[in-house]
Design a binder for this molecule. Structure first.
Ligand code: PMP
Length: 381
């Protein structure tokens, strides 16, 4: 049944906090509130908790021996630290970065800043009509000036899954090139192998954690230029008093999400298939932009109606979906992702994203389909 009478189908934007995660957070606030940098007993207690959270995150992702956790305010900050921090640190080795045309703004705008302000040259790998990059394009893009490749694990608008394991393996023969993966939409949902990835970014609030929590997981031996200078916390990379409760809550959210990956996938796949069945049986109304491999994100363009009108109409019926990434400012009200898939201007301006999670039900999908269908056919209500 709908939660609180609301059908929340916008989980790729953010998720509802898990009460267990919230409890872990408040418990630390109440019992272990000292500054983790203080040398007194309470400070050290907080520091131990912080380090335990790091270990838990690394062991959950099987990265304990090779990587370290830098706690951040979320994936945006993690992406900025990885890309700017690495590129600026190693700029003498080369000035070329490779990324994809469909990254999140926190990657695209970061590399653009490096282009504009710091003289870097960026190659944006194209995608095909399914939103997939071709490994050959990556191979061909590499030059002796390339120092960084940044490819998202899963796209936040169309849900396409990149083969980051294959890319990571391939890049192993280029020791000068670091590999960064924005794993925000993958972590806690898919069991990917990050062993050969150098930098991994994610946010807590996408996996029922708290907003303002997240991490950059980096290979220990790689250095980055600090963007936040100060007291030297987080290995000197991100200074500022540690948010121990946030760190604990992030580790909790991740371990819970990871323990439910296969059970959630089965449940959500059934819900997504219901919605796909409806969309596929109406090809004159909908262009499907997502693939069924990732049940969490369903993306389609409207052929006959404005997406903003339909999203608002659904919202009036207590159904929350999104038209483009909620992270974009309103003036960029089109999908650069769908545009990159060469689907044309109209379809890229009229995308709808339904993003599911474990709290959703088949019942909700049925209500959604019914309301969408009425809106699309202009049935007065
Ligand atoms: N990368 C991806 C793929 C995302 O989906 C998001 C959030 N939409 C971000 C980065 C940024 O995350 P946050 O806003 O939590 O920093």
């Amino acid at each position: 049944m709908p939660i609180d009478n609301i059908i929340y189908f916008d989980n790729a934007s953010t998720t509802k906090v898990n009460p267990e995660v919230l409890l872990a957070y408040t418990k630390v606030c109440e019992t272990t509130f000292a500054n983790a940098s203080s040398i007194h007993f309470e400070g050290q207690k907080a520091n131990r908790l912080l380090n335990k959270s790091r270990e838990l995150i690394l062991s959950t992702l099987n990265l304990s021996n090779t990587h370290q956790v830098i706690f951040t305010s979320g994936a945006t900050e993690a992406n900025n630290i990885a890309i700017k921090g690495y590129a600026l640190k190693y700029k003498n080795r080369g000035n070329h970065i490779i990324t994809t045309a469909i990254e999140h703004a926190s990657v695209l705008k970061t590399v653009r800043q490096l282009e504009k302000e710091f003289g870097f040259v960026v190659t944006y790998l194209p995608v095909d009509q399914h939103g997939e990059i071709q490994i050959e394009d990556l191979v061909n893009a590499i030059t002796d000036k390339t120092i960084l490749v940044s490819v998202m694990a899963i796209n936040n608008e169309i849900g396409v899954i990149n083969n980051i394991e294959e890319i990571a393996k391939f890049l192993k023969s280029y020791p000068k090139i670091a590999f960064h993966v924005d794993a925000t939409q993958a972590i806690g949902k898919f069991n990917l192998n990050y062993a050969d990835v150098d930098f991994i970014s994610f946010s807590g609030h996408k996996i029922h954690g708290l907003k303002g929590t997240g991490a950059l997981i980096k290979r220990k031996k790689l250095e980055v230029l600090s963007l936040n200078s100060g007291g030297g916390q987080e290995d000197g990379i991100r200074s500022g008093t540690n948010d121990v409760a946030g760190a604990v809550s992030l580790a909790k959210a991740l371990t819970i999400a990871n323990s439910k990956i296969s059970q959630n996938k089965t449940k959500i796949t059934a819900i997504s298939f219901k919605i796909y069945d409806y969309l596929e049986s109406n090809p004159d109304l909908y262009e499907i932009n997502s693939t069924k491999d990732n049940p969490y994100i369903i993306n389609f363009s409207l052929k006959t109606k404005k997406a903003s009108v339909v999203v608002e109409g659904l919202s009036n019926k207590n159904i929350m979906v999104s038209s483009i990434s909620a992270c974009h400012s309103r003036k960029e009200a089109y999908s650069h992702v769908v545009e990159s898939m060469n689907k044309g201007e109209y379809l890229s301006h009229n995308t709808v994203r339904v993003s599911l999670d474990e709290n959703n039900t088949i019942e909700e999908a049925k209500i959604f389909i019914n309301e969408l269908d009425k809106l699309i056919r202009g049935i007065k209500q």
